[in-house]
Design a binder for this molecule. Structure first.
Ligand code: PZK
Length: 286
């Protein structure tokens, strides 16, 4: 790709500059589990996540403009507008899970939101909450309070970010619910364009950036099986792996089973066959 200059690496994605105004976000087929990238790839995972993000960008356009210019024919590369990214992760939680559950158990609060007593793991919250986090270069993002977030981006900007974040979550969670998927929580990034307008960037409402739970199997009172990564987690744990790098190679049946789960998530949410997307990625944008 001689026209692009590599400008950043995520665990499973790469970022390139096309010119002053445009970036190329490339989703690989790499998979991470317990925060470790495994040596085995899941074929089509990058295309599934790119197609899902594109779909959600189209569905949420009225709530917040986004950075998407177009999806390339490979189905895994997104051309996008170059923004000034805000230095916080926008997280919205509709259910109590992960670090939200951990913080609640220890303090009764999540990012300064005091929650009712007696909640159980994976319970649905009375109303979704905005729980910002700092961006960690390595390791885990750290949950921060509203006050800490206000110091980073300003109180007025934070008000706008919170209300847009809650609206984005409500929109996506509503669509997903109609298709039998609970989006328990989600993390996304907002940036500013040249006019100072908030723009949704990065990936949005993918299983890598959100907890997707099959609604049919939802059972609060404990952790929920992951829509996409449960086979991989179960296999990795069955080996007695200590969850430090390097992770284990995956056998063919675990790869195949996991690939099918990603394709199911894609088709359940998009309502179109993955093959149709592969032939013409632009279909998810209409
Ligand atoms: C941007 N990241 C995260 C890091 C990745 C992704 N539209 C944009 N404008 C400016 N900056 C970014 C974006 C987007 N999206 C996103 N970092 C900067 C990131 C590493 C690899 F694939």
């Amino acid at each position: 790709m001689p026209e692009a200059v590599h400008v950043g690496s995520g665990k499973v994605r790469e970022l390139y500059a096309l010119d002053e105004e445009r970036l190329l976000l490339v989703a690989s087929d790499r998979i991470s589990v317990f925060d470790v990238v495994l040596p085995t790839e899941i074929p089509d995972k990058g295309r599934v996540l790119t197609g899902l993000s594109g779909y959600w960008f189209s569905r949420t356009e009225a709530v917040c403009p986004n950075h998407l210019i177009g999806i390339r024919d490979d189905g895994r590369s997104t051309e996008c507008r170059r923004l000034t990214m805000l230095p916080i992760e926008c997280v919205v939680r509709g259910y109590l899970s992960g670090s939200g559950w951990k913080d609640y158990r220890e303090t009764g609060e999540v990012c300064g939101h005091r929650l009712p007593e007696g909640l159980s793991e994976s319970d649905k919250l009375d109303a979704p909450i905005f729980t910002p986090a700092t961006k960690a270069q390595t390791g885990h993002d750290q949950n921060i309070t509203r006050e800490q977030a206000a110091e980073l981006i300003g109180a007025d900007r934070l008000d706008a970010v919170e209300s847009i974040s809650l609206e984005l979550y409500a929109t996506a969670a509503g669509y997903a619910a109609e298709r039998g998927i609970i989006i328990a929580d989600t993390k996304f990034e907002l940036g500013l364009d040249d006019d100072g307008q908030l723009v949704l960037a990065d990936e949005a409402f993918t299983p890598d950036s959100s907890r997707f739970w099959p609604a049919a199997e939802y059972e609060p009172g404990g952790p929920q099986p992951s829509f996409d990564k449960q086979f991989v987690r179960d296999y990795a744990e069955s080996l007695g792996w200590d969850k430090t790098d390097p992770g284990p190679e995956l056998p063919d049946d675990v790869v195949a089973g996991t690939r099918v789960r990603y394709l199911e998530a894609f088709e359940q949410i998009n309502g179109i066959p993955f093959a149709e997307y592969a032939a013409e990625p632009g279909t998810v944008l209409r």
